[in-house]
Design a protein. Structure first.
Length: 219
């Protein structure tokens, strides 16, 4: 599937932003589009690292924002990753979207976020915003959960699970796009998320397994 195949299904600004870098979609991206990504279906995307999961999220959230459906929140587990995603999104979409990084004070409703379209934050920060009854939360239309397999983490897992549960309760029409490179129970998790499951094993670089012994590697 090529970018031109969905030209009429996405806003012009989004198409123009992708055009310099994207000509043809990777397998997981094509599967996600066919699974209802552009029709606001919930998705659980399980594909290897560097297979194109972030672009799947971008297609869903930027389309939603430009169609005036509401804000988008991109949830990541680490502040360093939040900084990285913020810089990437700002570079590609910053000329027409208001993008903000929110990873700081956990004791504030951050009312200034009302004026932004795309909010990149950690799970802990969003949990704090919900508990402080941030007034703009009801304007969120799309939620991206990166590294969703961390729900199985003893430390961060419970916070992330409760967070997703609260968001789906607060935002009845929200589109949830969950991304993971590795997950042990994708069918169970997709059912819990009420999401279409996208699984693909394509990766840009072939993964080889071998044993290093006495200065030699046997694959």
């Amino acid at each position: 599937m090529k970018l031109d195949d969905i030209k009429d299904k996405i806003p012009k600004n989004l198409y123009n932003s992708l055009l310099p870098d994207i000509e043809e979609f990777r397998p997981s991206q094509e599967k996600s589009i066919k699974a209802g990504l552009l029709d606001r279906k919930n998705l659980l995307v399980c594909t290897p690292t560097a297979s194109g999961k972030t672009l799947i999220a971008e297609l869903g959230m930027v389309k939603s924002i430009l169609e005036n459906r509401g804000k988008a929140i991109y949830i990541v587990p680490l502040k360093a990753l939040a900084n990285e995603k913020f810089k990437d999104f700002k570079k590609r979409y910053g000329t027409y979207l208001r993008i903000v990084l929110s990873i700081g004070d956990l004791d504030s409703a951050d009312s200034y976020l009302e004026s932004y379209d795309l909010i990149v934050c950690t799970a802990e920060k969003l949990d704090s915003l919900i508990r402080h009854h941030a007034p703009w939360l009801n304007k969120v239309a799309t939620v991206i959960v990166d590294e969703v397999h961390l729900m199985n983490d003893p430390g961060r897992g419970p916070t992330l699970e409760i967070l997703i549960t609260m968001l789906r309760e607060l935002l009845k029409e929200v589109q949830v796009i969950a991304l993971s490179a590795t997950i042990g129970n994708p069918e169970e998790l997709s059912e819990w998320l009420d999401a279409n499951l996208v699984i693909d094993d394509w990766r840009p670089v072939e993964l080889k397994k071998g044993i290093f012994y006495e200065g030699k590697i046997e694959f």
